[in-house]
Design a protein around this ligand. Sequence first.
Ligand SMILES: Cc1cc2nc3c(=O)[nH]c(=O)nc-3n(C[C@H](O)[C@H](O)[C@H](O)COP(=O)(O)OP(=O)(O)OC[C@H]3O[C@@H](n4cnc5c(N)ncnc54)[C@H](O)[C@@H]3O)c2cc1C
Length: 310
Amino acid sequence: MTGLLRKLLLWGSENVFLKERMSRLAFVQRAVSRFMPGETSEAAIEEAVKLGESRITSLLTLLGENVTDADEAADVARHYRTVLEAIADRGPEAEISVKLTQLGINIGHDVAAANLQSILAVAEERGRFVWIDAEASAYVDKALDMYRAVRSRYVNTGVCLQSYLYRTAGDLAALLPLNPSIRLVKGAYAEPPEVAFPRKKDVDRNYRELAKTLLDGVRRREVRAAFATHDERLIRWIEEEAAQRGIARGDLEFAMLYGIGTAEQEELAAKGYRVEVLISYGTAWFPWYMRRLAERPANLWFVMKKMVSS
Ligand SMILES: Cc1cc2nc3c(=O)[nH]c(=O)nc-3n(C[C@H](O)[C@H](O)[C@H](O)COP(=O)(O)OP(=O)(O)OC[C@H]3O[C@@H](n4cnc5c(N)ncnc54)[C@H](O)[C@@H]3O)c2cc1C
């Protein structure tokens, strides 16, 4: 039943009819506000300043994907450059995370590469870090090619890998010689069984295998790894595995989404781990929000409650 609901919500995330109608409903907007402090970058930066008071780093991302117009993709790059300047001026510990489909990868590698490099150059100048999101499986080769291309020039960049894909262990092994920065997630898209583990149990098991490889890399100081998950059992397991390897708490990094596991975020930061919280903002939140619902269909109750509350 949960699997069916997940599939339905992920289908909904790509449905234009639903997107246009649902996004306008006030109760949906109220429910979404739990996961994002506001639609503007200013609201996100404001929240980053507050999170900084709890020693939490923010990871800012502008919602939107699948841009097919070169001017629009250039606007996204311009926006991120402005945000990098703003966070450097305002001072919160904050990084950004970009989607290659938003920077024009569907138009061509060179378009997205030019946009990404323009962002990386400002980030380097202002001492900031840029992550490349993991999108649907059709984009993994493109994202890894892009990462290799930019990593040879910029050290201030990392890429996200998904444990639900069969291929990820091989991808990680191939990236290790680059001294990469890797954010490890389970994966948020609807993927066929030909490319991704259909059973959650296998996704979780693979996450642990990949995490071991990453932790070995962290111990050797060859890898920056951010373990992006809200799975408390998994977090406890990573803490133990890291301790067994003699990794100091300040060298172990967890990442979570804004509004999810807030108490856990604060506890981890208080224990001395590095904690990063991804703050999404922007008006194009519908597909992203549907993926959040698919991760935990119980969130639908929250949406329904907002339907009746003012
Ligand atoms: C910082 C960060 C960056 C990410 N970047 C990407 C990316 O680039 N590409 C990509 O495909 N995916 C990305 N994701 C999403 C990720 O793939 C998972 O879909 C998501 O994190 C849920 O998986 P989980 O590891 O928390 O574990 P799960 O096993 O799914 O969940 C564990 C527990 O966490 C809580 N939880 C999880 N999700 C939610 C939710 N939406 N609402 C409320 N509670 C929840 C629940 O208590 C659940 O029982 C990112 C996630 C994070 C935290």
